[in-house]
Design a protein around this ligand. Structure first.
Ligand SMILES: [Zn+2]
Ligand SMILES: [Zn+2]
Length: 284
């Protein structure tokens, strides 16, 4: 069964999607290869990377602790795995095999994958979060002619880190800024703190032209950041569209609101702009 597909983003950046539709990125420097995120951990990503590109990862950087990003790490035995320490408890909660299978099944409609054939046999065992190395704000990894710089951006999760690839004029927003940023779980920050994180990213804006993400189209135009900052301002001013969400993407004990109105069944905003936030009142 084929669990992965790939596409080249640039000569040194490769996007690999797993069976849940989540993307990971393989960066090839002159000396080292880095893997940014590891997917849901169903099927062997390590084998796919080796057989397709004759490469292996020298280091792994996890953008945050959610299940669809961290669970492929364990098979890269002996490779250093970096994660912001604030997301260690979240990562621990998100290694559960049942939750991972459920996530893949929920996303099958998008990926078109034959998920009925997916079993626990294909699951990569959980990676112990305590084995991760601390990823810190401003930390730089030199891959040889290509650097990765971590920018700590609490919001989607407390440990969320965006990754700047200066030489490629590219930034990986991950799940940290996109078409429907979730600020609804216990692990999420308030909208106020999230806005602060996005303003920090704004100070790096001259360093990149390309935005990468881990879901959906996996790319966005540069206006995305300003659009989402504007959405945060509107929420904080009580002037957003404040639409109650009926079908919540995640279990939440509170009513979830979508900040900007979209066309039914899509993430396309009615005003044509890209960028949206789901939030709860207790986290404004
Ligand atoms: Zn996430
Ligand atoms: Zn995700």
């Amino acid at each position: 069964m084929n669990f992965f597909t790939h596409e080249q983003v640039s000569e040194r950046i490769l996007r690999i999607r797993d069976i849940s539709g989540t993307a990971v990125y393989l960066l090839s420097g002159d000396q080292k290869t880095a893997l940014l995120d590891t997917g849901i951990g169903i099927g062997s990503l390590k084998e796919y990377i080796y057989t397709s590109f004759l490469k292996t990862a020298d280091l792994i950087i996890l953008t945050h602790g959610h299940l669809d990003h961290v669970n492929g790490a364990a098979e890269f035995y002996g490779v250093p795995v970096y994660l912001h320490p604030a997301d260690r408890p979240l990562m621990r909660r998100h290694t559960d095999a049942g939750k991972r299978l459920q996530y893949v099944r929920q996303n099958a409609a998008y990926t078109g994958a034959e998920i009925s054939a997916v079993s626990r046999d294909e699951m990569i065992p959980a990676f112990d979060p305590e084995e991760t190395l601390p990823l810190s704000d401003g930390q730089i990894f030199d891959l040889g002619g290509l650097t990765v710089e971590a920018i700590h951006t609490p919001g989607h999760t407390q440990g969320m880190s965006m990754l700047l690839l200066r030489e490629e004029r590219t930034i990986l927003f991950g799940d940290g800024c996109g078409v429907g940023v979730l600020l609804i779980e216990d692990c999420a920050s308030t909208v106020t703190e999230y806005r602060r994180s996005l303003k920090k990213v704004k100070t790096y804006e001259a360093c990149y032209d390309r935005i990468l993400r881990n879901h959906g189209t996996c790319s966005s135009s540069k206006e995305l950041l300003d659009n989402v900052i504007d959405v945060c301002e509107e929420i904080l001013a009580g002037k957003d569209d404040h639409i109650p969400v009926k079908e919540a993407p995640l279990a939440c004990r509170e009513q979830i609101y979508l900040a900007k109105a979209v066309r039914p069944g899509t993430q396309l905003r009615l005003d044509g702009k890209e960028g949206n936030v789901m939030y709860i009142k207790s986290k404004i």
